[in-house]
Design a protein. Structure first.
Length: 129
């Protein structure tokens, strides 16, 4: 973790969206979509915000997020062998290189841009230790 976060970001297969929505609803999460969502959605439970990106895979096994106007590309090998467990749930982790690439993209929102710059600095600093 590079800093304190106000949310949890996860990525799941688009084909599991309906099943995930039912599970989240059944376990007390409220669907709280952002205006203009495209390729992701948000849920809230108490003070925890969950942002979910939806993944698809093309015939060449390249992973992307399907968008209204095309697709959001994930860097090759974004989802490597690293796995973590939280409260009994095991998940693959997005690799450091993919996080640096994603957080290096210019953002419109100054607050998000500042967070991303701090994250990139922390991620790059960790590779030199």
């Amino acid at each position: 973790m590079t800093r304190e976060h106000a949310d949890i970001d996860i990525a799941v297969w688009l084909r599991d969206r309906t099943r995930l929505a039912a599970f989240l609803s059944d376990t007390g999460w409220s669907h709280t979509p952002d205006v203009g969502e495209d390729g992701y959605t948000c849920y809230q439970r108490r003070d925890v915000r969950l942002e979910i990106a939806f993944l698809a895979q093309d015939a060449n096994e390249h992973i992307y997020t399907s968008l209204e106007a095309g697709r959001g590309e994930w860097p090759q090998d974004s989802f490597g062998p690293a796995v973590a467990q939280l409260d009994g749930v095991q998940a693959c982790l997005v690799n450091r290189e993919s996080l640096v690439i994603d957080k290096s993209v210019a953002r419109q929102d100054p607050e998000t841009s500042a967070k991303d710059r701090a994250d990139v600095a922390n991620l790059l600093d960790r590779t030199t230790r």
